[in-house]
Design a protein around this ligand. Structure first.
Ligand SMILES: [Zn+2]
Length: 244
C-alpha cells in the first residue's frame, strides 16, 4: 500500500504557534480570574458592612434595655410616693409597718435598678465607640475596594488588548501552515488549546511524557508532521534540541 506523502512543517513555525497558544491560554486564564478578583475585593466590604449592622443592632438593644429599666424605675418611684402618702393615713401600726417594709423593699430595688441603668449607659458608650470604629473600617474598606476594582478593570483592559495582539499574531502564524495541516491543527487547538502542541522532551512527548519510539523521533527530526501516539499532540523539536 503506498504511504501518503509526509507533510513537512517547520519546527520554528510549530514552536511559534505553541508559544502564542500558551500566551493565549495564560491571557484567557487571567481574564477569567477577573470576576473572582472583583468578588474577593467586594467581600471585604460585605464583611465590614455586616460588622456595622451588628454593632448598630447591639447598640439598639442596649438602648431599649436602658429605656425599659428607666421606665421600671420611674414606675417604682411613683409607687413609693403612693405608699408614702398612705403612711399618713395608716389605720393601724400593723398597716404602718407593712407599708414601711414595702417602701424599704421598693427603695432597695430602685437602688439596684439605678446601678444597673448606669452600667447599661456605660455599655451604650462602649457600643457607640464600637459602632464608630466599624463605620470607619467600612469607609476604609469601601475606599480600598473601589481602588482595587479600578486597578482590576485597568488590568483587564490591558489583558484584552494583549489578547487581541496575540490573536493577530496567531492568525499570521497560522496562515503559514500548509493547507493540508491546517484543518487538523485547527480542530486540535479548538478543543485543546495550547495542549494541541507539545515539544519533544529528550525522548518523550513534552505534553504527556509518553516515551516516543525512535521511528517517531526520526520522523520528527525530518520535520514531518508527527502526532504523539498517546495524546495526539502535534510534536515539534524545542530550540535547545535542534537537530536540523
Ligand atoms: Zn503526548
Amino acid at each position: 500500500m503506498p504511504q501518503s506523502k509526509p507533510i513537512e512543517v517547520p519546527h520554528t513555525l510549530l514552536r511559534t504557534l505553541h508559544r502564542i497558544q500558551e500566551q493565549r491560554t495564560d491571557l484567557n486564564g487571567a481574564i477569567g480570574r477577573v470576576p473572582r478578583q472583583i468578588k474577593a475585593a467586594e467581600a471585604l466590604v460585605t464583611t465590614a458592612k455586616a460588622a456595622v449592622d451588628a454593632a448598630k443592632e447591639e447598640l439598639k438593644k442596649a438602648r431599649l434595655n436602658a429605656d425599659e429599666k428607666q421606665l421600671q424605675l420611674q414606675s417604682r418611684e411613683a409607687h413609693v410616693e403612693q405608699l408614702q402618702a398612705k403612711l399618713n393615713t395608716a389605720g393601724s401600726n400593723k398597716e404602718f409597718n407593712l407599708l414601711k417594709d414595702q417602701i424599704a423593699a421598693d427603695v432597695q430595688a430602685n437602688s439596684v435598678q439605678s446601678d444597673e441603668i448606669l452600667e447599661t449607659l456605660e455599655q451604650i458608650d462602649v457600643l457607640g465607640g464600637k459602632l464608630s470604629a466599624a463605620e470607619a473600617e467600612l469607609e476604609q474598606q469601601e475606599k480600598q475596594c473601589s481602588q482595587r476594582v479600578a486597578e482590576i478593570h485597568e488590568k483587564q483592559e490591558r489583558l484584552n488588548e494583549n489578547l487581541a495582539k496575540v490573536n493577530e499574531q496567531l492568525a499570521t502564524a497560522e496562515a503559514e501552515l500548509p493547507a493540508s495541516v491546517k484543518s487538523d491543527y485547527l480542530r486540535l487547538t479548538a478543543s485543546r488549546g495550547d495542549e494541541a502542541l507539545a515539544p519533544l522532551a529528550t525522548d518523550s512527548c513534552g505534553g504527556c511524557y509518553q516515551t516516543l519510539t525512535t521511528q517517531t523521533i526520526n520522523r520528527l527530526q525530518l520535520s514531518q508532521l508527527t502526532h504523539c501516539p498517546n495524546c495526539n499532540a502535534i510534536l515539534y523539536m524545542p530550540e535547545d534540541l535542534r537537530v536540523r
